[in-house]
Design a protein around this ligand. Structure first.
Ligand code: GUN
Length: 305
C-alpha cells in the first residue's frame, strides 16, 4: 500500500528561522533596527504559558528584543488597554501579541482591535483582515497558523493552485477564514465546512487539499480522503496515548493519522507539522513589522504568500 509523504514542518520552520536570523542581523547592521516583540499573557492556562514561553525563546534565538507581560487572571480591561497603548507607542516594540484565549470577563474584540494595525503580528486587526480578504497583502499581517499552512501547501503544489479543490474544515477567525482567503488568493476552489455542514464526508472526499482545524481528535477518517490528497492537520489535542505499553498524555491531530497515511499523498504529523510553522511565521511577521517601520518591504521568509 502507498504510504503518504510526511510533511516535515519542523525542518521547514528551522530553514525559515535561519533566513530570519540573517535578515534580522542585516536590519540591525544597515538600519540599526532590532525587531522587538511584546507578548501579553493573562491568566493561568498551562498550554498558553507553554506557547508563550516558546514564542519568547524563539524570538530571543532570532536576535529580537523580546518582552513578556504576565498578568493575573483578574486583570481589568483598563489595565490591559493601557499596556497595549504604551506598547503601541514604544519604538523598541514592532510586534504585539495577546495570547488567546482570554479569561472570560475580558472582551477579546476590544483588546485585539486596540493593537495598532502596523504592530498586529497576529493579523487579527480588522485592517489586516480586510487587506487579506482584498488580496492586498504587501503590507498586511497574515495570521501565523494559516500562513504556515500555506507555505507547506506551496512546497507540495507550487504557488498556483488553479483547478485545485481545497476544503477548509473549521471557520474560526484565527485559522479557517484566513486559510480560505489565502487559498482563494492562490486560485484554489475553496469550500469552507463547519459544524453545521451537511455531507462533510462527501465534500472532503472531492478535495485535493484538506485543511482541518476543529479540535476533534481523529475526526477526519481515511474514507473521507481522495487518493493522493494533501492533508494539513492543524488540530492539537491532548489525549491518552499508548507509548511503550503505557498510557501517557500525548498530542494528536484532527486526522486519523495512521489510516490516512495509506491513502493521502502527503500529510502533516502532529506534533511536528503545522505547530513549528506557526512560531516561524510569528517571527517572520515581527521581522516584517520592523522592516515596514523603516519603509522596507516585508520579510522575504514569507515571500511566497
Ligand atoms: N492562541 C492559539 N493560537 C493563537 C494565535 O495564533 N495567536 C494568539 N494570540 N493566541 C493564540
Amino acid at each position: 500500500m502507498a504510504v503518504a509523504k510526511l510533511i516535515d514542518g519542523k525542518i521547514k520552520a528551522e530553514n525559515i528561522i535561519e533566513i530570519i536570523k540573517k535578515d534580522s542581523l542585516n536590519l540591525q547592521k544597515e538600519y540599526n533596527i532590532k525587531p522587538g516583540l511584546a507578548v501579553l499573557i493573562i491568566g493561568e492556562d498551562p498550554a498558553s504559558h507553554i506557547y508563550v514561553k516558546n514564542k519568547r525563546l524563539k524570538a530571543e534565538s532570532c536576535g529580537f528584543y523580546s518582552t513578556q507581560h504576565t498578568l493575573p487572571n483578574d486583570t481589568s480591561e483598563e489595565i490591559i488597554l493601557n499596556l497595549i497603548n504604551e506598547l503601541n507607542d514604544n519604538d523598541k516594540i514592532h510586534g504585539i501579541l495577546v495570547q488567546l484565549p482570554l479569561p472570560k470577563h475580558l472582551n477579546e474584540t476590544l483588546i485585539t482591535q486596540a493593537i495598532r494595525p502596523s504592530k498586529d503580528v497576529d493579523g487579527f486587526h480588522y485592517m489586516n483582515v480586510g487587506k487579506l480578504n482584498s488580496g492586498k497583502t504587501s503590507d498586511a499581517f497574515i495570521p501565523c497558523t494559516p500562513a504556515g499552512c500555506m507555505i507547506l501547501i506551496e512546497n507540495e503544489l507550487g504557488n498556483d493552485l488553479s483547478g485545485i479543490n481545497a476544503i477548509v474544515i473549521g471557520r474560526s477567525n484565527i485559522v479557517g477564514k484566513p486559510m480560505a482567503s489565502l487559498l482563494l488568493k492562490a486560485h484554489a476552489t475553496v469550500t469552507i465546512a463547519h459544524s453545521k455542514t451537511k455531507n462533510l464526508e462527501m465534500l472532503a472526499s472531492q478535495a485535493d487539499i484538506i485543511i482541518v482545524a476543529v479540535g476533534s481528535p481523529n475526526m477526519v477518517k481515511a474514507s473521507w480522503i481522495k487518493p493522493k490528497a494533501i492533508i494539513i492537520d492543524v488540530g492539537i489535542n491532548r489525549v491518552g496515548k499508548v507509548i511503550d505499553g503505557e498510557i501517557k498524555m500525548g498530542l494528536t491531530g484532527d486526522v486519523d493519522f495512521n489510516d490516512a497515511c495509506n491513502i493521502a499523498g502527503a500529510i502533516t504529523p502532529v506534533p511536528g507539522g503545522v505547530g513549528p510553522m506557526t512560531i516561524a511565521m510569528l517571527m517572520s511577521n515581527t521581522l516584517s513589522a520592523a522592516r515596514l517601520s523603516a519603509g522596507l518591504e516585508k520579510s522575504t521568509s514569507t515571500k511566497e504568500i
